[in-house]
Design a protein around this ligand. Sequence first.
Ligand SMILES: NC(=O)c1ccc[n+]([C@@H]2O[C@H](COP(=O)([O-])OP(=O)(O)OC[C@H]3O[C@@H](n4cnc5c(N)ncnc54)[C@H](O)[C@@H]3O)[C@@H](O)[C@H]2O)c1
Length: 265
Amino acid sequence: MDFSGKVAIVTGGGGGIGRATSLGFAKGGAKVVVVDRDESLGEGTAGILRQQGGDTTYVRADVTKSADVQAYVKAALDKYGRIDCFFNNAGIEGKLADTVDYDEDAFDQVIAVNVRGVFLGLKYVLPALIKQGSGAVVNTASVAGLVATPGMSAYVASKHAVIGLTKAASGEVARNGVRVNAVCPGPIDTRMIQSIAQTRSPNDPAGFAAGYQQMIPIGRYGRAEEIANLVLFLCSDASSNMTGGHYVSDGGRTATGGAFTAVKA
Ligand SMILES: NC(=O)c1ccc[n+]([C@@H]2O[C@H](COP(=O)([O-])OP(=O)(O)OC[C@H]3O[C@@H](n4cnc5c(N)ncnc54)[C@H](O)[C@@H]3O)[C@@H](O)[C@H]2O)c1
């Protein structure tokens, strides 16, 4: 994918999927603004990009805070003068608990990062794209935006909301040359899935992970690079007729309703 001369913002750019996508954008020649609330992770990604000869800036921001979101947009425009691709990706998994036991503050926190953060990103990045008359946005939903995982009600609700935000915003800006899509990763091998395995099965996270991967038709977790490839495609001209959609990359898990058992080993 050729992104030379283009500018990409990646939120959650210090994490697994965000880092892989930042690297992909840079490999294609884009200038990358890495946004993360965790400075060591965000600077870590920026450092790798610089080592590889990339032009990058790290901006520390908490995506739940309007001032921080406005500041990362301003930083991108001040430094590079435009924004072409926006990967609105920062997210948290929250607690694992049934709805009746789900802590109210923990619920609010998940909604703040995964819904308000995505909303604020759209609210403050889209004006720059509309002004330019071009641009592509990809929001990170999840297969949890399509089907439920019991014990993760806040996360499931938040990712359904990301698909809703994607649909609403896409229609608003389609005539301005701006596209808005969502990706729905299945289980991907990053900190997040490792943390879920640890919480679900503190005594045997590796056993939990092995069992979980057996239930995925492809037989393994996805890799962050596989989500990055989908995001890059959705930000490229190769997807110029695609907007308002949500695209699954999950090794076949959703297609089998999570009830897959291999017939052959
Ligand atoms: N890993 C999976 O299995 C999986 C599956 C489906 C969807 N997702 C989604 O993919 C996205 C990326 O997750 P990941 O797997 O790379 O996990 P990750 O934990 O490695 O990365 C998330 C990044 O977001 C950052 N972040 C969290 N809250 C933030 C905030 N308020 N402001 C700024 N940055 C913040 C974290 O510091 C971290 O660097 C998330 O939206 C997640 O919900 C992940």
